[in-house]
Design a protein. Structure first.
Length: 138
């Protein structure tokens, strides 16, 4: 069996609205995007907002991450404490949001959120900070 590397592609600014609408409908601006921002703030008091980059994954997934070179001090309720890159914070916040919303969102979007959680988790295993992300989401 051959493992396939999951890649990501930056979503151009001009396509952000159409792509997120295609993937999540109105649930993106009303539920998912605010949840990701909220979890980023809960995970790190260093996070004070900012511009986020959007990515499509080659396995069908989607992730967003702050557009900065900064590292973020992260403290989780599960006891994890550490520093994550903006990219890793974005992955972590997206995983938190997908998981949380899969249990609380309207039924029509639940399966989509669960799929995106698993697609992003697959991608995360190839990330240089995978161990720290796993500890943060455990």
């Amino acid at each position: 069996m051959t493992a396939t590397t999951i890649t990501r592609q930056l979503v151009p600014e001009s396509q952000r609205l159409s792509i997120t609408a295609e993937l999540f409908g109105t649930n993106f601006p009303l539920l998912l995007e605010p949840a990701v921002f909220n979890f980023a703030g809960q995970l790190s008091s260093d996070y004070q907002g900012g511009y986020w980059l959007f990515y499509l994954l080659s396995n069908g997934g989607f992730l967003m991450a702050p557009d900065t070179e900064a590292r973020f001090r992260v403290v989780c309720e599960n006891g994890y404490e550490g520093a994550l890159s903006a990219d890793a914070l974005g992955i972590t916040a997206c995983l938190y949001a997908y998981s949380h919303l899969a249990f609380t969102a309207p039924t029509a979007i639940v399966l989509i959120l669960a799929e995106h959680y698993h697609w992003l988790r697959e991608f995360m295993f190839e990330h240089p900070e995978a161990r720290q992300i796993l500890r943060a989401i455990d």
